[in-house]
Design a protein around this ligand. Structure first.
Ligand SMILES: Nc1ncnc2c1ncn2[C@@H]1O[C@H](COP(=O)(O)OP(=O)(O)O)[C@@H](O)[C@H]1O
Ligand SMILES: [Mg+2]
Length: 206
């Protein structure tokens, strides 16, 4: 099963979510590979440093990456039409990452429609970096759904442990970071919802 994290914008959390969702899938006992298509190499470097995820820098692989039971793709911002078509073919589920701001929501809507047009079999929108206090999360999910976007119920709140974990080349649960329990609970909730959605979709296609 291939989960492809995408966004038209940079800095919204594609790599952070791809790395952490892959880590969670591995913790659940699945055979996971992380495919990195971004020239920054963020998630492949991160996974390599962590020492527990199989990561492939797809830009450097001439012959493709080995298959895994679960593949999580991290991608570059602003995918062009050719890339969108390739990712639509590869994905069982395209996961569009958005922040709570207006431009990010508009960008998510544009990419959603472009990926639908490219023939993606299933799409979801996930919000990242939302305020941990208050109702920003619920408000974003409701606003996205009003625009016809398939927003997940689960979202990821803003915690500095994600930034620290990137510096240390580990996941938020690998050290005693402040608020890591909350951050990890968000990752687990998002992963569960993505798995349930992808499984339901694959079953329906059988
Ligand atoms: N939920 C979050 N809370 C706090 N910081 C975050 C969160 N998600 C991402 N970040 C930080 O935001 C920056 C951009 O995230 P990144 O995953 O690299 O985005 P992208 O891959 O979309 O460019 C990084 O410094 C990352 O540590
Ligand atoms: Mg990235």
């Amino acid at each position: 099963m291939d989960l492809v994290f995408m966004a038209d914008k940079g800095g919204v959390g594609k790599s952070t979510l791809a790395f952490h969702v892959a880590t969670r899938l591995r913790q659940l006992g699945l055979d996971v590979g992380l495919y990195d298509l971004d020239s920054r190499g963020t998630s492949s470097t991160w996974a390599g440093e962590s020492g527990y995820l199989q990561a492939y820098d797809l830009r450097r692989l001439q012959c493709g990456a080995p298959a895994h039971q679960m593949v999580v793709w991290d991608t570059a911002p602003h995918p062009d039409a050719e890339m969108r078509a390739e990712l639509a073919r590869a994905a069982d589920l395209v996961v569009i990452v958005a922040n709570g701001d207006r431009d990010s929501m508009a960008a998510a809507g544009d990419l959603y429609r472009a990926m639908q047009a490219a023939g993606a079999s299933d799409l979801a929108v996930v919000f990242n970096g939302l305020h941990p206090v208050g109702r920003e999360g619920e408000a974003c999910v409701a606003a996205a759904r009003e625009e016809g976007l398939p927003a997940l119920d689960a979202y990821v709140r803003r915690y500095s442990c994600y930034v620290q974990a990137r510096w240390d080349g580990v996941s938020v649960v690998d050290r005693g970071y402040s608020r890591a329990d909350n951050a990890w609970a968000d990752i687990c909730a998002v992963t569960d919802e993505l798995l349930a959605r992808a499984a339901a979709r694959l079953q329906a296609a059988d």
